[in-house]
Ligand binder design. Structure first.
Ligand code: PLP
Length: 441
């Protein structure tokens, strides 16, 4: 499979080049030149397959030409070694719980897959070392650091703003050691992000260190997120089969969205042949895409802080991919995606209301997904919202707004017992540049 850039002026790339480059040289995002079709027979089999079996079936179609089959199988089975259960929340509304991985957020799937793919490519060229540079406001850093932990040939450097991430998030990337280094920046998340951007623009440094990014612009983090849409569809089918209903209602996915990697991966699944009726983009007050859906104008702006902070994104980076998958047409985007945005107080009342009615505790992101579904599902549709993080990751918020104590799962509690190790660094590219030069001499 070859990959093209959405900006249209970079040469086609192989999977390896696309993964190592991250962003295309013309600053566009990579997408497959043609989206491969999934077998109808495979779709019929879905209800009878396990999560890794489904993922391997989809991965073979996407990556089978570029990664040796037995290696790909190992990569997929290691990536998908945790459950993604489907929970009934209300009549015809289901939660797809993507938070049972090591750092309790859906980003574990893409981060683990990308780490293993990059490890596969560096193994083939023994001399090569790759440095993954990532700026985080919390969740991305933890998923990437854990995904890449111990992968030979790859160093991970996480930049995060001092005092601005939660304790549990900080512990998830500062206690690991091995090939993971945490830089504690005296500044904001925006400072961290602009330091990382400057490093990527520094072509001499980028080349000498083989710098790459691990956010959802990277094709190896983005594409595997399509796996669980297939699995979820199979599980829904199996629920209806058990009730002896052979025709399932039309399936709608509601996706809590920030950079829109997750939703866009669902769109890829649909293009591969998964029968999804439509998608809902669930936003917090950062409603840039919702506004685009209304007006046809895409107008990025500075993000505002909300209680669903993993979606505090003012310039959603995967928007270009969505537009490309819809041939650049606003009308076409609107046919498949609708948008709903919620303020902090609406998110809070949704969490409390849902819990009181059903006993289901959603995190602030999943709550947006749930509410968007409950407000727009019509007859003949069945809805799934992606529950993107474990509520324990937002323990203080939930205690605050709903007065509920969330129990911390053992895998998260274990991080809290680790010892924090970070390197303090001042904001600004000079400090990062000298750190990188010195540590890689
Ligand atoms: C990253 C994240 C999102 C947003 O996902 P995108 O792919 O950036 O749209 C939603 N919820 C949680 C919990 C996240 O960590």
């Amino acid at each position: 499979m070859k990959y093209y850039s959405t900006s249209g002026s970079a040469p086609l790339a192989t999977l390896e080049e696309a993964v190592v480059n991250g962003l295309a040289p013309d600053k566009g995002l990579y997408l497959p030149v043609s989206i491969p079709q999934i077998d109808r027979a495979f779709l019929r089999e879905l209800p009878h397959l396990s999560l890794p079996e489904v993922a391997y079936g989809v991965a073979t179609v996407l990556f089978g030409d570029d990664i040796d089959k037995s290696e790909l199988k190992r990569i997929v089975f290691e990536t998908m070694s945790f459950d993604i259960p489907l929970t009934t929340v209300e009549k015809n509304i289901y939660s797809l719980e993507l938070f049972h991985g090591p750092t309790a957020a859906f980003k574990d799937v893409g981060a683990r897959f990308m780490a293993r793919v990059l490890g596969y490519f560096t193994r083939k060229e023994r001399e090569r070392r790759i440095t993954v540079l990532v700026a985080t406001s919390g969740d991305t850093g933890s998923a990437v650091a854990n995904g890449f932990l111990g992968v030979p040939g790859v160093d991970v450097i996480v930049l995060y703003p001092e005092g601005l991430v939660s304790d549990i998030q900080e512990k998830q990337f500062t206690t690991l050691g091995q090939n993971v280094t945490a830089l504690e920046v005296r500044g904001t998340f925006d400072d961290c992000q602009s330091m990382v951007k400057s490093a990527f623009m520094d072509s001499e440094l980028k080349k000498s260190l083989n710098l790459t990014s691990a956010n959802s612009i990277n094709i190896a983090r983005f594409l595997p997120q399509s796996f669980y849409y297939f699995y979820a569809y199979g599980q829904i089918k199996s629920i209806f089969d058990k009730r002896d209903i052979s025709e399932i209602p039309e399936v709608v996915f509601s996706v809590p969205s920030g950079n829109f990697g997750n939703l866009c991966a669902g769109l890829v699944a649909k293009r591969m042949g998964l029968p999804v009726k439509r998608f809902i983009a669930a936003n917090n007050s950062n409603d840039i895409v919702c506004k685009y859906l209304e007006s046809g104008k895409f107008e990025p702006r500075a993000s505002v802080a909300t209680i669903a902070n993993a979606m505090d994104v003012g310039n959603p980076s995967n928007f270009e991919r969505i537009l490309d998958l819809c041939s650049g047409s606003h009308e076409a985007v609107k046919m498949e995606i609708s948008g709903k945005a919620y303020s902090d107080s609406q998110i809070a009342e949704t969490i409390t209301g849902l819990y009181n009615r059903t006993g289901y505790l959603a995190d602030p992101h999943g709550a947006c997904g749930y509410r968007a579904l409950s407000e727009s599902l019509s007859n003949g549709e069945v809805g799934l919202f992606l529950e993107t993080a474990h509520p324990a990751k937002f323990r203080d918020t939930i205690l605050d707004i709903a007065g509920l104590e969330v129990e911390i799962p053992e895998r998260l509690a274990a991080y809290m017992r680790g010892k924090k190790q970070s390197i303090p660094i001042s904001a600004g590219y000079d400090a990062l540049r000298s750190f990188l030069k010195q540590s890689h001499r």
